[in-house]
Design a protein around this ligand. Sequence first.
Ligand code: 3PG
Length: 210
Amino acid sequence: KQDQIAELIRQATVIPVLTIERLEDAVPLAKALVAGGVRTLEVTLRTAVAVEAARAIIAGVPEAIVGIGTILNGDDLARAEALGAKFGISPGATPELLTAAASSRLPFAPGIATASELMQALAHGFDVVKFFPAEQAGGIKALRALAGPFPQVRVCPTGGVSEANAATWLAEPNVLAVGGSWLCPAADIRAGNWAGITAMCVTAMKTLKA
Ligand code: 3PG
């Protein structure tokens, strides 16, 4: 299961973090990202329409590989699995969530920012993690320090990652992909600037895949 999510994240290169406020934005936003070459999407459970939005994308944008983010507990995890998500991501790693995730079939990456959180994740069998909040928790220096005692760990840094630093993160040997909201700015979503989002994705993928 860990190799499965590692491969899924690695192939993504970039995983946009989607916060969808209006259900009608879900499908056009996902289509705009996919059109720009960004297929692996994290739909966060942060808004009232999040579950419906994820369901709409899964049904309407078959090229998208839809995961659920902001998974906080076993109920969220079950909801993600039930709606047909391909993976789940959490900002953190409580013992309750790790136990539920270990017995779920959904490929899952818990969030860690410290050695102790990482040790808890590893104890439950998770060596593919979201490093969150990546920039704020010490950035690449912190990640390199954690890789000393935990060389097996593979990460998706998220939080403060942007066009300006994504390539630097991706150059780290234990970084599989980067995550973040910068490819789908709230203002562009509100304005329905789908072409602008596609254009940003095309540019980002051109630089980052190289
Ligand atoms: C997340 O949930 O992963 C973060 O909110 C994304 O962080 P960013 O907005 O700094 O990219």
